[in-house]
Design a protein around this ligand. Sequence first.
Ligand SMILES: NC(=O)C1=CN([C@@H]2O[C@H](COP(=O)(O)OP(=O)(O)OC[C@H]3O[C@@H](n4cnc5c(N)ncnc54)[C@H](OP(=O)(O)O)[C@@H]3O)[C@@H](O)[C@H]2O)C=CC1
Ligand SMILES: C[C@H](O)[C@@H]1OC(=O)[C@H](O)[C@@H]1O
Length: 260
Amino acid sequence: MLLENKVVIVTGGSRGIGRAIALACAREGAHVAINYWGENDASYHKRSAVETVLDEIGALGRRAIAVEGDVSQPATATELVAKTVDAFGRVDVLASNAGICPFHAFLDMPPKVFETTVAVNLGGAFYVTQAAANQMKAQGDGGAIVATSSISALVGGGMQTHYTPTKAGVHSLMQSCAIALGPYKIRCNSVMPGTIATDLNADDLSSPEKKSYFERRIPLGRLGRPDDVADVVVFLASDLARYVTGAALLVDGGLFVNLQ
Ligand SMILES: NC(=O)C1=CN([C@@H]2O[C@H](COP(=O)(O)OP(=O)(O)OC[C@H]3O[C@@H](n4cnc5c(N)ncnc54)[C@H](OP(=O)(O)O)[C@@H]3O)[C@@H](O)[C@H]2O)C=CC1
Ligand SMILES: C[C@H](O)[C@@H]1OC(=O)[C@H](O)[C@@H]1O
C-alpha cells in the first residue's frame, strides 16, 4: 500500500474531489482527518455527508475524524492540525483542497464575492500549509503537501475572474513552499484538475449544450471524475514521488493542450 499507516489531512473532504482524496488515501492504508465547512450551503445535508465519508473510511479498516471549520480563518488550520495530532499522533500528508467557485460576471462583481473567494481558496491554502508544515518540521522526518490548484491557473474564464487568480496563487504557493520547506524534506506539489463533475460546477454544466461542448473539447472524451484527481494526489503524496517537489500535474483529460 502506498500510504500505509500515514496520517493524512484533507481540507474540503466532505464531498467532491476532497472526499475522493480522503477515500483514496484510506484505500492506500492511511488514517484521515477531513475538514469541511458548508455553512451557507443548503443544497445538501452537510452532517450526513461528512458522517458517510467517516463510515466509508471506517469500512476500509482505517480511522477517520472530521473537523469543522472555515479554512479562510487561520485558527481553523491550527485547530485542524492539533486535533489530527491528538487523534493520530502526527501528520504525514496534507491535501489542501477546499475551494469555492461562485460564478459571477466581472464588471459588477461585489467586493465580497472577490474577497471571500480569495480568502477561502488562497488564504485557506496558505494557513493550512503553514500549520501542517510546522507540525511536519517538528516531527523531523519530512512530509508531503499536495494542493488542489486547477487548469484555471493557466487559462482564464470570463465568469471566473475572481477564481482563476486564486488557483494561479495556489500553484505559486506550492512552488515557493517547495523551496522554503525542502530543507525539512517536506515536498510541495499541486494537481491541476480540468473540468471534474462535482457540486462546484453542477449548475454551470446543467445545460446539455455546455456539457457536450466540454466533452468535445476533452481529447479523452469525458468530464473528469473526482477519483481521477484523487489517484494523482495519492501518487504525489507517496514515496513513488519522493524526488518530486515544486511540480504541478494537469489532470484534465488533455483539455489544456487542445487548441484545435
Ligand atoms: N470541480 C472542478 O472542475 C475543479 C475543482 N477544482 C478545485 O478542487 C477543489 C475541490 O472542488 P470540488 O470538489 O469540485 O468542489 P465541491 O463543492 O464538491 O467541494 C468543495 C469542498 O470544499 C469545502 N469548503 C468550501 N468552502 C470551505 C471553507 N470556507 N472552509 C472549509 N471547507 C470549505 C466544502 O465543504 P462543505 O461540504 O462543508 O461545503 C467541500 O468539502 C477546489 O479547490 C476547486 O477549486 C479545481 C479544478 C477543477
Ligand atoms: C468550477 C469550474 O467548472 C472548474 O473549476 C476549475 O478550476 C476548472 O477550471 C473548471 O473551470
